[in-house]
Write a protein that binds this ligand. Structure first.
Ligand SMILES: NC(=O)C1=CN([C@@H]2O[C@H](COP(=O)(O)OP(=O)(O)OC[C@H]3O[C@@H](n4cnc5c(N)ncnc54)[C@H](OP(=O)(O)O)[C@@H]3O)[C@@H](O)[C@H]2O)C=CC1
Ligand SMILES: CC(C)=CCC[C@@H](C)[C@H]1CC=C2C3=C(CC[C@@]21C)[C@@]1(C)CC[C@H](O)C(C)(C)[C@@H]1CC3
Length: 594
């Protein structure tokens, strides 16, 4: 490459697109036509950069060292060590800092100067290059024309495992753990823009389908499409009133100053939001209210007889909420936006959700919707279905199948609320924006489709298989709870002495990955437990119809898709360390199968 400033193979500092952060990169080539340099980052990400986005390495090293004393919150975080970790330091900034740096571009200059201090706290210690990184220089890749053209490395989650002990991985990974820059937007999922249109139509249509089918004598796919009731039957003002009252009751219970104030995971700004985790209190009060209502003669079977109208009303609320969330997100600071839901396409972003933690003062809308009205509503509806079954089948007590379904699902919900803090380290809370998908999912999908087994049992009595169901529930619940608690405890305090026996892989972000214990068995042990539980509560519905098995089928699809979303996300965040994890823990959800 004659007459160009930076030569092929040269180590330079490359600016990460949209931010003021510079990372050590190697120049792979220069395209005279587009006047762009192709560079490769330490985690294998290739980008095309303009000359002005590249700097000589020397000046940076002096500058960064002289500033390395002060610590941003994000930086402090990156120093937390897993028990198994040695004294080595991560050589990268946290992804958080990258996002924070992105704001700088739009900040006024005074604020900008202040933030610059933080931004320059990039550790620029000399790094041992990964082999792939070295060899890339040999073969010049074809250059693309885009301004920033991010080529993601091939997903190799299914790569053959290497017989390496986790301790050895740590040693090796520390060398490779290079400055892994965070991407500022993620690829579109759910079928992209076209997919968003599809899901916006399909999801409500599916709820309508199951609500109408569940009541039919023979709920079979052969009955598709089910006979549609006249339009006016969908609407009932009283049903809307009840739904609003229910949401308000849950909101009131949420804001009451009882229960723990838990801290969420650190945000891009380093800030940690606080959440009132009093879900168990909320479900206890709700249960007492339901019992009192029955005692006072309120006919809760109204929920069964007005299931369609209640679903319609809740759907309406979820649409209004999604519209509000979209508008709210337009006034949010860039740092408050989620990585996934900001494609610029209105429909996709409306569906996926733009803002990470929309709040009205301290009232966290996403947390509230995910954990309260729909989840507790699920139990209330199940209870109402048990009463409806007694009424319809003229029974003195609910059937055993109905009792099992009610108890199993109640256990699942109560456990979720008892361990409410653990939700703060899940994908939805940490990564996903809050838009139609989650608003509809939390408010409509959960209460009106997860109750399908109980709804079905009202008019379809079934002989049950209690012992098998019970065994599955116990096994599934044990795996689910243990694995979720293990990860949550580790994320909250990696140095927790109770976890000191676990092996970990350090990553360039400063966070480590568990590679033994439950997270060493498969990559998503919590999904495995959840699926076994789903099987346990589908069995009591018998095999006469497919409809009550819908949850099982949907759940497999949901969790397989979630797993692949999470794989891509973790690969983006953790680069080579994630590959190492995938090579060590070979299976995703079911050991030796998948
Ligand atoms: N009933 C239902 O409808 C649904 C239930 N669920 C349940 O909710 C629970 C939460 O699920 P979900 O949010 O999808 O995912 P997880 O709770 O599994 O969270 C995934 C995150 O965990 C972290 N992580 C992954 N691997 C490791 C590791 N080896 N060591 C340490 N941290 C790791 C990563 O985040 P980071 O590294 O950034 O911390 C990753 O993004 C599950 O039990 C699931 O079954 C989920 C969806 C629907
Ligand atoms: C098809 C569609 C609209 C999907 C949206 C997905 C949501 C329904 C689910 C995403 C993650 C969820 C979780 C739970 C309920 C379903 C949703 C909202 C959860 C609250 C159930 C109870 C568990 O104990 C849990 C707290 C682990 C769980 C968290 C994830």
């Amino acid at each position: 490459m004659p007459s160009v400033k930076y030569q092929r193979g040269e180590m330079v500092m490359g600016r990460w697109p949209g931010s003021s952060l510079y990372y050590e990169v190697k120049v792979l080539g220069y395209d005279t036509k587009s006047q762009l340099y192709t560079v490769i980052y330490k985690d294998g990400t290739e980008l095309e950069l303009k000359e002005q986005d590249i700097r000589n390495i020397a000046g940076f090293q002096t500058r960064s060292r002289s500033r390395s004393r002060s610590r941003s919150p994000g930086r402090r975080r990156s120093r937390s060590r897993s028990p198994a970790r040695t004294t080595r330091r991560s050589s990268s900034r946290t992804a958080a800092a990258v996002a924070a740096a992105a704001i700088m571009e739009s900040a006024p200059s005074s604020r900008r100067d202040a933030k610059l201090k933080d931004t320059l706290e990039v550790r620029l210690s000399p790094l041992v290059s990964a082999r792939a990184f070295e060899s890339k220089v040999e073969a010049e890749p074809e250059l693309n024309q885009g301004r920033y053209n991010l080529r993601r490395r091939k997903e190799d989650g299914d790569a053959k495992p290497v017989e390496t002990k986790p301790e050895q991985l740590e040693e090796k990974d520390a060398k490779v753990a290079a400055a892994a820059p965070a991407n500022l937007s993620t690829p579109l999922d759910f079928g992209g823009k076209i997919g968003a249109y599809f899901w916006l139509l399909f999801l409500p249509a599916w709820v309508l389908f199951v609500v109408l089918q569940g009541d039919l004598e023979d709920p079979s796919l052969v009955n598709f499409p089910p006979p549609l009731p006249p339009l006016e039957e969908f609407w009932d003002a009283q049903a809307l009133g009840f739904v609003i009252l229910w949401v308000l009751l849950q909101a009131l219970l949420y804001i009451l100053p009882f229960g723990k104030l838990s801290e969420g995971m650190p945000l891009s700004s380093g800030e940690r939001l606080k959440y009132r985790t009093n879900g168990f209190f909320a479900i206890t009060v709700s249960a007492l209210a339901a019992a009192a209502a029955v005692y006072l003669g309120v006919d809760l079977t109204y929920i069964h007889s007005h299931f369609l109208q209640l679903a319609t009303a809740t759907f309406l609320i979820s649409v209004l909420l999604s519209a509000y969330l979209y508008v709210h997100s337009c006034y949010a600071e860039p740092a408050q936006l989620a990585l996934g839901g900001n494609s610029g396409n209105v429909v996709y972003d409306f569906f996926k959700g733009r803002e990470l933690n929309p709040r009205i003062k301290n009232f966290d809308l996403k947390f509230f919707c995910e954990m309260r009205p729909g989840l507790i509503g699920w139990c209330l509806i199940n209870f109402a279905m048990a009463l409806a079954e007694m009424k319809e089948q003229r029974l003195d007590a609910p059937s055993y199948s109905m009792i099992l379904v009610n108890l199993f699902q109640l256990l699942y919900v109560v456990d979720g609320l008892w361990n409410e803090e653990a939700i703060l380290t899940t994908m939805d809370l940490m990564h996903d924006g809050f838009g139609f998908m989650l608003a509809f999912g939390d408010l409509v999908w959960v209460p009106f489709t997860y109750t399908l087994q109980a709804y079905y049992l009202v008019s379809h009595p079934n002989p049950l298989i209690p012992s098998l169901s019970l065994c599955l529930l116990v096994v599934g619940f044990y795996i689910f709870r243990k694995s979720n608690s293990e990860k949550n405890a580790f994320r909250r305090n990696p140095s927790d002495p109770k976890l000191s026996h676990l092996k970990t892989i350090p990553t360039a972000t400063g966070k480590s990955l568990l590679v033994s214990g439950w997270w060493g068995v498969v990559r998503h042990p919590n999904y495995l437990g959840d699926l076994i539980m789903a099987l346990a509560w589908s069995l009591p519905c018998g095999f006469s119809h497919l409809l009550p098995w819908y949850y099982m089928i949907y759940f497999i699809i949901l969790l397989v898709h979630r797993d692949s979303r999470d794989m891509s996300e973790c690969r983006r965040k953790y680069g080579s360390a994630w590959d190492e994890y995938c090579r060590t823990v070979r299976y995703r959800i079911i050991p030796r199968v998948y």
